[in-house]
Design a protein around this ligand. Structure first.
Ligand SMILES: Cc1cc2nc3c(=O)[nH]c(=O)nc-3n(C[C@H](O)[C@H](O)[C@H](O)COP(=O)(O)OP(=O)(O)OC[C@H]3O[C@@H](n4cnc5c(N)ncnc54)[C@H](O)[C@@H]3O)c2cc1C
Length: 454
């Protein structure tokens, strides 16, 4: 039986391996580090449950619940507490709840001028010349500079730790670009597109239900890895791929070469650039090193409840650059899910760095905690010392789908066409969220299975 190698035991690689194995295809997963999960990392310590990487999965597609069901994880899935619905954005140094749809017209988040610009949006002519635009250009053209500075800047800090003046609207927020293309307006598209989403079962990211598990997101990769048993090889960084007749030979410093009928690369774009590819191909992997990956630090802090003035009832707060804070935003982790903090305490998870302040991400842990505490003091009225602290540093956190990213996607398409049996999947190609990565893993498993049956 033809075997498949999967490079990377993040959620993409594990999902692909799980579904291939269910189809009876022998798989081996090679993971460079000593653990499974990639960016996902949940740690329980001193009564706190800290998520160093992602905090929640968005159920944007029926495929997400399919995976949970296939793994028998429904009983361990946790929905956020109903009180955690509120999301905040900072304006004039204060937290303001983001209103639902029409509520924006009664909210202090936008000025009267900003609200008038919203009313005009359905009448702004759609741009149909196919030219790629930055997120900033798109939002200013259709809405207003104020909407960009106040709302969208905070949003892209939350998703990409990115810069709206660099991110491509077509690549980074394709749903918004598609609304203009299809309906001529974002606001009209919101209403008219609802029917189509209902038909396909897809849910917009801003409306998708969020969830985690009783012991954090790590439950998901750990459960998949258990089903794969010793097919998962940790501490096995693949350094080179050699094409040999109808198969691929994988080489690593830590293990003897192994031959497989097909290979799924589910690693990162910056590591892909360093992979030695020995095949007769008229292309190089080096350009993938040009994709920007700004550094991000995640700082998980515990506090006594009485040491935080703000009720912190909600999902969390995003901070636009114009507000002048050093942090990008904070998730109210212990309001979201139970058992994230000991009784009488709360957990706050704050992100620092990104394209906005890359230098801050690499500060020493004590400096990071001091920087975060200073901003949280002003924003949430935090006092005293944290009762728990942990900093995690992601030197290359999230690939930026900036203007020009399309040429890397074309290179990925060419690579798959010219190197039969080599497949590319994951956050560096199919969308940066966990749900995108899960769907990417499921789809690549289908593609590989179909190619083996040919
Ligand atoms: C700080 C942070 C917060 C985030 N928050 C959220 C969130 O709340 N919600 C959300 O939906 N998404 C979030 N994301 C994004 C989400 O975590 C990623 O989209 C997702 O984890 C990507 O999964 P992946 O398997 O594609 O890649 P990764 O998780 O990066 O896994 C890739 C794996 O491949 C391995 N690898 C690479 N090269 C090789 C090689 N040559 N040989 C062997 N192994 C190799 C790596 O060691 C790694 O384990 C966040 C990301 C970060 C960094």
């Amino acid at each position: 039986m033809k075997s498949v190698a999967i490079i990377g035991a993040g959620i993409t690689g594990l999902t692909a391996a799980f579904y291939l194995k269910r189809k009876g295809v022998p798989v081996t997963v090679y993971e460079a580090s000593d653990r499974v999960g990639g960016a996902i990392q949940s740690v329980r310590q001193n009564g706190y449950l800290a998520e160093f990487g992602p905090n929640t999965i968005l159920e944007t597609s029926p495929k997400i619940s399919q995976l949970i069901k296939d793994l028998g994880l429904q009983s361990r899935r946790l929905a956020p507490s109903p009180q955690a619905k509120a999301r905040y954005v900072v304006r004039y140094k204060r937290l303001i709840a983001v209103p639902s749809a029409l509520g924006i017209f009664f909210s202090p988040l936008l000025s009267a001028k900003g609200k008038r610009a919203l009313l005009r949006e359905p009448f702004v002519p759609a741009r149909r010349d196919g030219k790629e635009e930055t997120v900033a250009e798109f939002v200013v053209r259709r809405l207003s500079r104020e909407f960009l500075d106040q709302m969208v800047d905070a949003l892209v800090a939350g998703i990409y730790a990115g810069d709206p003046y660099k991110l491509s609207i077509q690549q980074a927020l394709p749903r918004l670009a598609a609304l203009e293309e299809k309906y001529g307006s974002l606001i009209k598209g919101q209403f008219l597109g609802a029917r189509e989403r209902k038909r396909t079962g897809e849910v917009a990211k801003d409306r998708a239900p969020k969830f985690s598990f009783d012991e954090g997101l790590q439950v998901l990769p750990d459960t998949i890895a258990k089903t794969l048993g010793d097919s998962v090889r940790l501490n096995s960084r693949i350094d080179s791929l050699t094409q040999k007749n109808n198969s691929w030979v994988l080489d690593s410093f830590s293990a003897s070469p192994a031959e497989h009928a097909a290979v799924i690369y589910a690693g990162t774009a910056h590591r892909l650039a360093t992979l030695r590819l020995d095949a007769l191909l008229p292309l190089s992997l080096k350009p993938f090193s040009e994709i920007r990956h700004p550094p991000v630090a995640s700082v998980v802090l515990g506090f006594r409840r009485e040491d935080v003035a703000h009720p912190c009832k909600g999902f969390g707060v995003l901070i636009p650059k114009i507000e002048g804070f050093k942090i990008l935003g904070t998730i109210f982790s212990s309001s979201l899910f139970p058992n994230r903090a000991p009784a009488g305490h709360l957990t706050l998870t704050t992100y620092v760095g990104g394209e906005r302040n890359p230098g801050h991400a690499s500060l020493l842990p004590d400096q990071l905690v001091a920087l975060v505490c200073e901003d949280l003091r002003q924003l949430l009225g935090v006092r005293g010392k944290p009762t728990f602290q942990h900093c995690a540093f992601y030197p290359k956190a999230i690939p930026q789908y900036n203007v020009g990213f399309g040429k890397y996607k074309e290179l990925m398409n060419d690579l798959e066409k010219l190197a039969p049996g080599l497949f590319l999947a994951g956050h560096y190609r199919d969308g940066v969220s966990l749900s995108d990565s899960i769907v990417s893993g499921m789809n690549v498993a289908e593609r590989v299975a179909a190619s083996l049956n040919r």
